[in-house]
Design a protein. Structure first.
Lengths: 230, 230, 230
């Protein structure tokens, strides 16, 4: 079901059982898999590839217990040229995927997130709201990128890393802050990052480390709690 | 394809390519996304919202190696009033989602699980069979909630926490028991909970901690293995 | 949409909104759920069950930043007799699922992977490329199985375990090697395995352990970094 108000470029391939809602824009040479759902207002640049059973442009929702309420006037999802998106993924409104980004299967990106040029968001990665991801960043399979986080250019995050943004675990009523990972830092697999810590430029966090305080630029930290070894 | 035996309330919105099998009951003012599959016998209360590409009421299956065999006469999935369910999720038969529950995208809940009023089961959370979750519980993104576990009211579980229920890792032939988390306890992100441990009321488990024995009420535990610091 | 070139066995059940592309072979007594996508060339043996909203036979893709480029001539996905596959899963071309394998919901298996007879790949498990999994292996929910890994027969891997294959985290230009897990070893939940380590036969890795070097056969290792306790 392609809505009449959809603006379709040249040479667009659309799979079976695809739903494209109102006011969607699709550029040239776009490939859309089977059973894909593209929600209203989504903007898709030329050369984009979208895997089967993926949802683009989801609105937010919530329940009584949630601190963050759904927002009514989120801007659309914008997918720039030559982005590749996997299968069975869910990407929200008010996300910007810059040129050449890769998003793996079974992943999800919440609203108010920007992913910089040529960055990789691996399979089964969950990105929360209000987070900035730089250019040429690699986020490997199964990572959890919390809300209110900042990841600078050329950062590498190994598989299954976890982060958090709330020191008081739901008890407090103040500002949340996720970790800040500076340029070119590298994080090993299954590392745990606490709220608001800063990982310095070129720093290295070992696999399985638990990072409870800032890591100076260029240093290597391992263990639980993390301690500097180099 | 909506089967003839489906009982539909007033003002139900049904997306494209939706499959609703035999003997489903759907209350008033329900919103069902695109490409959703609702399996037979499912009961959906008024005001429920179901995201795109989600499956409700799945039956169990297994293979030769699995200890738990599929059960033939599981009662239906019951979704109470004002529940919100995300996209690309899989919820089994014999689950009860109480009024106001929120279930995120890409999550799955196995059979014989009850989730209490207003609780949150975040994105990409996996809940195993035979587990009880209380009221106003928050289970954040990417958590793994093992089988045979008990989570009391007002518990907070941070992102990516992991739990287990089998001390002998598939070698034994005895009863399994998951962790028991008492009222109002808080668990930091990426913590690891061993089988059958009890986390006391108001206790706090630090991010990345590995909990190998019971945590007394009100105490704070960090590290690997976890030790009491307050 | 079932393509004309599809060869269908006897007594095949096909759900609603299913897409079966060119040159697919489906054996007798196969059950295919709703909204399933079966990509071209896939071979499905007798008695196979496929859950709703699952994708079989995906081709690889990549972006500029990725080291591994998509391969053009991958052989087809082969699913042997009596395999059971869950819902919302994504399985690539050039995967071999041997007789009796079970693959859970929301999981994904990349190309060049073989899963041996009667093994279990749990819900939300991600398996990377070029990995061998033996017979009667159990990989529990939420595990991350890296690329270039070898898992021998009768291994048990608890929930949420993580592994990696690249010591230099994207910096180097040499061969990658994932962990090697020998026969009958057991890994506790949320353990972290570093690149190229060998877990010996009958060894036990504790829950939450971080394994930075080889574990001798029959030994038990816990902690961060892992140390032998028995």
């Amino acid at each position: 079901m392609v809505n009449k108000s959809v603006r379709l470029g040249n040479n667009v391939e659309i799979g079976e059982n695809v739903v494209i809602e109102d006011n969607v824009f699709i550029g040239d040479n776009v490939v859309i898999g089977h059973n894909v759902v593209i929600k209203k207002d989504t903007i898709i640049g030329s050369g984009v590839q979208i895997g089967d059973l993926t949802i683009l442009g989801k609105s937010t929702s919530s329940n009584k217990k949630m601190a963050r309420k759904p927002e009514k006037n989120l801007s659309p999802l914008v997918i720039e040229e030559d982005v590749t998106i996997g299968c069975n993924s869910v990407i929200y409104r008010n996300v910007q995927l810059k040129r050449g980004v890769f998003v793996g299967d079974l992943s999800s990106i919440r609203e108010k997130v920007e992913v910089g040029e040529d960055s990789i968001v691996g399979r089964n990665v969950m990105v929360e709201t209000n987070t900035q991801i730089g250019q040429r960043v690699t986020i490997q399979t199964g990572c959890y990128i919390t809300a209110d986080m900042k990841i600078e250019d050329d950062v590498f995050i190994g598989p299954c890393c976890s982060s958090s943004n709330d020191k008081y675990m739901g008890m407090g009523n103040f500002e949340h802050q996720g970790p800040i990972i500076k340029k070119n830092a590298k994080i090993g697999n299954n590392a745990t990052l606490l709220p608001a810590i800063v990982i310095g430029e070129n720093a290295i966090v070992g696999a399985g480390a638990v990072i409870t305080k800032d890591v100076p630029a260029g240093k290597t930290v391992v263990g639980n709690p993390g301690r500097i070894i180099r």
